[in-house]
Write a protein that binds this ligand. Structure first.
Ligand code: ATP
Length: 370
C-alpha cells in the first residue's frame, strides 16, 4: 500500500538503473528509486554497502557508470555539482574554520552573487530557523557539536535547495546528542518543507527520522518501506536481521494451503502454524523470524497443540524499560523474549533457572523464503 507521501505528492527525484563500477567492483548496482516531494528518506546499510557512493552520484561528485538521475523532471547526470538544485551536508559539516557563523551560512549565497539585502534576509531567516541568532559572530571552534551541526544545516538550506542530501548527519555527535538532535532536525527540515535524502548506518536514527527507508546491501536495495512496514513485514532475512532484534530459525515447510501453513523446526518439538500461505513447495526450507517482544514467556503450560515450546531462563538483561530473557530451548538454542518492566512489584516475572513456556501468535511469526 502506498504511503500518504506516495499517494499525495509528486515525485521529485527519480533514480533509474543507477550503477557505479570502480574498475571491476560494482559499488552501486542498477538501483531504481522514486522520492516524493516533502519526504524524508533514509538510505540504511552497513559500512561499504554503497550508500555514500549513491549520494555522491546524486550530488555530482561521482560520475555514474550507467543510469539516470531525474530531478524535477530533468536528467541531471551530466550537470556539474553547482548546477544541481540540491545541496549536501557532510558528516564532518565542512564548515570554514576561519569564517563566522554568519559568513559560513552566507558563503553559497555570495558565490551565487545574490544581492546583499537578499543574502542578509536569507541568513537571518536561517539563523532563526536553527536557533543560532545569538552565535552569528562566533567561529566553528567556539561552538558545541550540536551548534556546529545546526550551522551546517542552515548553510545547506540557505540556497533553498529542492533536495537536501545528508551524509550521516549525526555522525560527529555523541550518542546522547544524536538522539536529542534527531527530532530537532526533522522539525527544521519539515518546517521548510524541503525533501531530504539521508544516509545512515544507524537503524534507530533512520526509523525515528525517515518517512521511508531503503535497506541497502552490496550495492542493491533489499527493501523499501516505512519503518513499521519494514519492521513488521521484512521481505528477507537481511531486512529482518538489520532492523531491530530477531530470533531466526531454519525450518521446513510441511504443508501450506487455504491460508494455513504448517512448519517443522528442529528447535521446536511442536509444529509452527501460520495463518497464511507460503508460496514454496512442501518440504522446502523456510526461515522463521520472531521478534523478541512477540515471544511470550509464562510459567503456565499452554493448552494449544502448536506454537509453543518449553525452555529454561539462562540469563536476564535488565535494561530499565524492558528486560531481555535468554531462554535455552531443549535443542540447545537460545531464544530471546523481551518484557516491559511495567509491573510495579514484578510479581510473577520469571527469574534465573526457571522452567518456562514460550509461545507466540501465528500472526507474529514471519516466514521468509530468501
Ligand atoms: P560507509 O558507511 O563506511 O561510508 P558506504 O555504504 O557509504 O560505507 P561507500 O563509501 O559507498 O560505502 O563504498 C561502497 C564500496 O565501494 C566500498 O566497498 C568501497 O571500498 C568502494 N569504493 C568507494 N569509493 C571507491 C573508489 N574511489 N575506488 C574504488 N572503490 C571504491
Amino acid at each position: 500500500k502506498a504511503s500518504p507521501v506516495e499517494q499525495n505528492k509528486k515525485p521529485i527525484l527519480q533514480i533509474k538503473g543507477l550503477t557505479k563500477n570502480f574498475s571491476n567492483f560494482t559499488a552501486v548496482n542498477n538501483v531504481d528509486l522514486t522520492i516524493y516531494e516533502g519526504e524524508i528518506f533514509a538510505l540504511l546499510g552497513s559500512s561499504g554497502c554503497g550508500k555514500s557512493t549513491l549520494l555522491r552520484m546524486l550530488a555530482g561528485f561521482e560520475q555514474p557508470s550507467d543510469g539516470h538521475i531525474i530531478l524535477d523532471g530533468e536528467d541531471i547526470v551530466n550537470l556539474p555539482p553547482y548546477k544541481r538544485t540540491l545541496n549536501m551536508m557532510f558528516q564532518s559539516y565542512a564548515l570554514f574554520p576561519y569564517m563566522t557563523v554568519r559568513q559560513n551560512i552566507a558563503f553559497g549565497l555570495k558565490q551565487e552573487k545574490l544581492p546583499r539585502d537578499v543574502i542578509n534576509a536569507r541568513v537571518e531567516k536561517m539563523l532563526k530557523l536553527v536557533h543560532m541568532e545569538e552565535y552569528v559572530d562566533r567561529r566553528p571552534y567556539q561552538l558545541s557539536g550540536g551548534q556546529r551541526q545546526r550551522v551546517a544545516l542552515a548553510r545547506s538550506l540557505a540556497k533553498e535547495p529542492r533536495l537536501l542530501l545528508l551524509d550521516e548527519p549525526m555522525g560527529a555527535l555523541d550518542k546522547k546528542l544524536r538522539e536529542q538532535m534527531r527530532l530537532e532536525l526533522v522539525d527544521i527540515i519539515n518546517s521548510v518543507g524541503v525533501t531530504c535524502l539521508m544516509v545512515t548506518h544507524d537503524q534507530e536514527e533512520a526509523m525515528t527520522m525517515a518517512d521511508r527507508i531503503a535497506i541497502m546491501d552490496r550495492g542493491e536495495f533489499v527493501q523499501i518501506g516505512g519503518p513499521r512496514e519494514i519492521y513488521e513485514n521484512p521481505n528477507c532475512r537481511f531486512s529482518a536481521e538489520f532492523i531491530g532484534q530477531v530470533n531466526m530459525f531454519d525450518c521446513t515447510l510441511t504443508k501450506s494451503d487455504n491460508k494455513h501453513s504448517v512448519i517443522q523446526c528442529n528447535d521446536f518439538p511442536r509444529p509452527i502454524e501460520l495463518l497464511h500461505d507460503i508460496d514454496i513447495a512442501d518440504g522446502m526450507p523456510v526461515s522463521i523470524a520472531m521478534r523478541p517482544e512477540k515471544v511470550y514467556i509464562s510459567h503456565e503450560e499452554p493448552k494449544e497443540p502448536t506454537n509453543w515450546c518449553e525452555g529454561t531462563v539462562e540469563n536476564i538483561a535488565y535494561l530499565g524499560d524492558i528486560s531481555i530473557y535468554y531462554v535455552r530451548l531443549p535443542s540447545g538454542r537460545i531464544i530471546t523474549s523481551t518484557l516491559p518492566n511495567v509491573d510495579r512489584f514484578n510479581v510473577g516475572l520469571p527469574t534465573w533457572d526457571d522452567k518456562v513456556y514460550l509461545s507466540w501468535d501465528p500472526e507474529s511469526c514471519i516466514a521468509l523464503t530468501f
